[in-house]
Design a protein around this ligand. Structure first.
Ligand code: PEP
Ligand code: MG
Length: 576
């Protein structure tokens, strides 16, 4: 009989194959009191287990190294670094001494402490880092128990769908090396490193499928639908046929889009369109390059601040930006200065006092940078320095008036002076641009364009602020619509202001990554899109199959329409 199980689809795509249930012994961890003399013994055991765990990870790295890019191997390096982290290993040793307990229990106490710290983190990405702690702890506990990891041999795994309790990034890499078709785990979340890795590797995967190991059997046929988070065991003939068909079509679509890699984005009537990617960290450039050898239209630097939960110093920022620039190999890097505040707040700041009543309308992004220049200047200096090494632009988020632009210019001059005094090299002519995210900025776009080198429309916020709705509040998400005529007017005003002033205008909000809006934006005169890496080829496909001249005429009609319904149906016609 066919059964259907649900979980969180973390890597889209469909896998069809035989199940392989990967069962591993769980070590029972219990506390044993040990004498002072035995403590030394336990500490020795723990140190030996650390060495063994590290050897295992190095061995895995070596096995897969030949065909694995450095960024992917870095997932294993994270675990290796944890093994060396004093907070982790010296903490465990102190526990063994303080509680006079066995090594397993000392490690368990330390693991619980780490997990609690991660559990209390606001940011869901950082919260999920506790999975890495649990993975490392499990490996050491196995070494302490002298449990040899039962690793199935490669021939057993090829083309199979792996069912496991949880997989570490190292497990995932080994399994991919053995050419598995997909995997399903009982635990783990969509933001775990394993989930991110499966997406990077293109392995269809579903996590959080409870009791999967009890409900599924080795050898039975499975369908893994990564898009919808569904596992179907022993599917009937018609489901199999249907999924094979979907898989075939998806493959054909992927092959078609892959042919567009490194092909210029050009409309049927010859207009060249710039198509760049959005990144959160330098490592994301590897994924972007998988789709296109192109530049970056939005680098959200605050992610580094949030991950470190502090303000990294100038040197650390300079090194990080340099890494991004070198990975781009001569392509443009647009660095956005930190957009902290609202839903992106440092723990450190939260601890200093209660949040503002309306944080999205409060001291966010450039407002907070202007209020705390000592936090901002190191970033300005780091960007000025990296710009001397290659094509870099600096972009300022959430500006609302030209006075703020002047204040930014003054601070940039201060940063330049500081670098000059230090005799440090920097780019004297760094290009400065503004994000247009607030209606006031869109309505002042002409004045902005006269003072700046470029503009970039951030529709995620522009929609939130134009329609007076919190972009993270589900209750009002029904109002969130890029096709609201007021939003379209503000986008159009900005594009036209840029054209009149001869200043480039891009759009880097999510709207640019949605194929539904590509033709509309082209028709409005947009010629620079900055998109999510995985949407890039789809957007290029639409651009390369559109005729700009006819879009302009149709879009004029859309811009005159006053109801969202009418606009939606006109956009549908445009896309047909
Ligand atoms: C935007 O607001 O559209 C944007 C790109 O910035 P963020 O999503 O980081 O606020
Ligand atoms: Mg924004």
């Amino acid at each position: 009989m066919s059964i259907l199980l649900n979980g969180a689809g973390v890597s889209k795509g469909i896998a069809i194959g035989e199940a392989y249930v990967y069962s591993r012994e769980q070590n029972e961890i219990s506390e044993h009191k040990v004498s002072k003399d035995q403590q030394k013994n336990e500490i020795q055991r723990f140190k030996k287990a650390l060495t063994k765990a590290s050897e295992q990870l190095h061995e895995i790295k070596q096995k897969i190294a030949a065909d694995t890019p450095a960024d992917i191997l870095a997932f294993i390096d994270t675990h290796l670094l944890m093994l060396e982290d004093p907070a982790f290993n010296e903490g465990t040793i102190s526990n063994i001494k303080e509680y006079s307990c066995n090594a397993e229990w000392g490690l368990q106490i330390q693991s619980n402490r780490f997990v609690q710290v991660f559990n209390e983190m606001e940011d869901p990405y950082l919260r999920t880092r506790k999975d890495d702690v649990l993975h490392v702890v499990r490996r050491i506990q196995n070494c302490l128990a002298e449990n040899p990891e039962h690793v199935p041999d490669g021939a057993q795994l090829k083309g199979r769908i792996i069912i496991a309790d949880d997989l570490t990034p190292a497990d995932t890499l080994m399994l991919q090396h053995h050419k598995i078709a997909g995997f399903v785990t009982e635990f783990g979340g969509p933001l775990s490193h394993t989930a991110i890795l499966s997406k990077n590797l293109g392995i269809p995967a579903i996590v959080g499928v409870h009791h999967a190991r009890q409900l599924l059997r080795t050898g039975e046929t499975l369908i893994v639908d990564g898009l919808h988070g569904m596992v179907i065991s022993q599917p009937d003939k018609s489901s199999l046929k249907q999924y094979r068909e979907i898989k075939k079509k998806a493959l054909a679509r992927t092959n078609l889009l892959n042919k567009l890699k490194n092909v210029p984005a050009i409309t049927l009537d010859g207009a060249a369109i710039t198509l760049h990617g959005n990144i959160d960290r330098p490592e994301d450039i590897r994924i972007l390059k998988k789709y296109d050898d192109t530049g970056v239209g939005l680098y959200r630097t605050e992610m580094m601040f949030l991950e470190k939960n502090s303000f990294p110093n100038e040197e650390m920022q300079f090194k990080t930006y340099k890494r991004a620039l070198f990975r781009l190999k001569g392509q443009l890097l647009t660095i956005r200065t930190m957009d902290l505040g609202a839903d992106k707040e440092l723990e450190e700041t939260l601890e200093q006092g209660p949040m503002a009543h309306n944080p999205a309308l409060g001291l966010r992004a450039i407002r907070r940078c202007l209020k705390e220049p000592d936090d901002f200047l190191p970033q300005l200096r780091a960007i000025l320095r990296v710009a001397a090494l290659g094509p870099v632009r600096m972009m300022i988020p959430m500006l609302t008036n030209v006075e703020e632009i002047q204040q930014v210019f003054n601070l940039i001059e201060t940063a330049k002076l500081q670098l000059k005094q230090r005799k440090t090299r920097f780019d004297q002519n760094l290009q400065i641009g503004a994000m247009i995210e607030v209606p006031a900025a869109a309505l002042s776009a002409s004045a902005f364009a006269r003072q700046l080198d470029f503009l970039s429309i951030g529709t995620n916020d522009l929609i939130q602020y134009t329609l007076a709705l919190d972009r993270i509040d589900d209750e009002v998400s029904y109002l969130y619509n890029p096709l609201n005529p007021a939003v379209l007017q503000l986008i159009s005003i900005t594009i036209n202001a840029g054209k009149e002033a001869g200043v480039p205008v891009s759009l880097c909000g999510e709207m640019a990554s949605d194929p539904l809006y590509t033709r509309l934006l082209l028709g409005m005169g947009l010629d620079y899109f900055s998109v999510q890496a995985n949407a890039l080829l789809e957007i290029k496909h639409i651009i390369n199959n559109s005729k700009l001249a006819s879009l302009h005429t149709q879009v004029q009609k859309i811009l005159k329409a006053s109801s969202i319904h009418e606009i939606e149906s006109l956009v549908e016609q445009l896309n047909h």
